[in-house]
Design a protein around this ligand. Structure first.
Ligand code: P6P
Length: 338
């Protein structure tokens, strides 16, 4: 009988190890002997949701679930059929997890109180954008799911206000990119780990631990169609970057744009515009989770010069915030012009 390999949870992954997301979640749980397993159960609900949503996304045109449902969501945006499908999947998988007290979604005006009792295991709130960039679906572009996990604030008078915590309070954050492959990127505050779905086995396989964002890269990501309505500082930055031969990449889906920057470096921006004076991106379930991921990978995430996104004190679950996120040096180049 060969000796059991007693690998400590924080040991660097050996290149020949096969570690699924599920195994990784359980491995991380061993760091916390007192853990009840509720948190792990929530992460596994997000993992199965990602697989189910990926399946629907890959079959969208075949199953004729492209296009809009004909009404607008709370954001005033046309709701895509797959927005509703993805939202429903997440509500139903998380609904089955004892540890989830409240969920909040971009697609729901009000948070959904899953368990109002104050039992000890009702520890967590999960916020998500079920299908970010869904307008890309009709043209087979990249889309994503973004999620954020907070501890329920038991002192808050209303369950809803339990959600209104700064991003620095997140206990976990991550995203799923439905691109040329399906990538699950996760942080629980101990660095950033990356997994790719192997459709042959239906499992997310760990491909990288401790992902670090490059300190710089001459690439920016912004919708330049709005350039003339950006505050002057952003316009000055764009001229500065173009004079220095920066390239521009923009997918129209935050998950795709930030993922590129996480791996290759650069800076993503959604500045204030005339149409969106506070920027377009939502603080609680887009900016905060992406900011936690990028900061955990050694990057920066600002809503204004010197203001970390993770320190913005929320007043509404759907509030918007300007976003400057990416390589530390590139974020500073933008901030220096504002
Ligand atoms: P625009 C998608 O609708 C989204 O919320 C983000 O994923 C993306 O970065 C942004 O809006 C794109 O907005 O105005 O450039 O189309």
């Amino acid at each position: 009988m060969s000796a059991m390999i007693d690998t400590p949870a924080d040991a660097p992954a050996r290149s020949n190890e096969i570690v699924t997301l599920q195994a990784h979640i359980l491995q991380q749980q061993t760091r916390y002997p007192e853990a009840s397993g509720q948190f792990s159960w929530i992460l596994s609900a997000l993992a199965i949701s990602a697989k189910m949503i990926a399946s629907h996304v890959r079959r969208a045109r075949l199953d004729d679930v492209l296009g809009t449902v004909g009404n607008q969501n709370v954001q005033g945006e046309q709701q895509q059929k797959l927005d509703v499908i993805a939202n429903d999947i997440l509500l139903r998988t998380l609904g089955g997890r004892e540890g989830v007290a409240i969920v909040a979604s971009e697609e729901n005006e009000e948070p959904v109180i899953l368990r109002a009792d104050d039992a000890a295991e009702r520890k967590y709130c999960v916020l998500f954008d079920p299908l970010d960039g869904s307008s890309n679906l009709d043209v087979c572009g990249s889309v994503g799911t973004i999620f954020s996990i907070l501890r329920k604030d038991r002192r808050s008078p209303q369950p809803q206000s339990s959600l209104l915590q700064p991003g620095a309070e997140q206990v976990a954050a991550g995203y799923v990119l439905y691109g040329s492959s399906t990538v699950f990127v996760l942080t629980i505050g101990l660095g950033v780990d990356m997994f790719v779905l192997d459709p042959a086995y239906g499992a997310f396989m760990r491909v990288a631990q401790g992902v670090r964002i490059p300190k710089s890269n001459k690439c920016y990501s912004v919708n330049e169609g709005n350039r003339l309505s950006f505050p002057e500082g952003y316009q000055k930055y764009l001229s500065w970057a173009q004079e220095r031969g920066y390239s521009s990449r923009y997918a129209g889906a935050m998950v795709a744009d930030v993922h590129r920057i996480l791996l290759q470096g650069g800076v993503f921006m959604y500045p204030p515009t005339r149409k969106a004076p506070k920027g377009k991106l939502r603080l609680m379930y887009e900016a905060n989770p992406m900011a936690m991921i990028v900061e955990q990978a050694g990057g920066k995430a600002l809503s204004a010069p010197g203001e970390r996104i993770l320190e913005v004190r929320p007043t509404d679950i759907h509030q918007r915030v300007p976003v400057i996120i990416g390589s530390s040096e590139e974020v500073e180049h933008v901030a220096a012009h504002l």
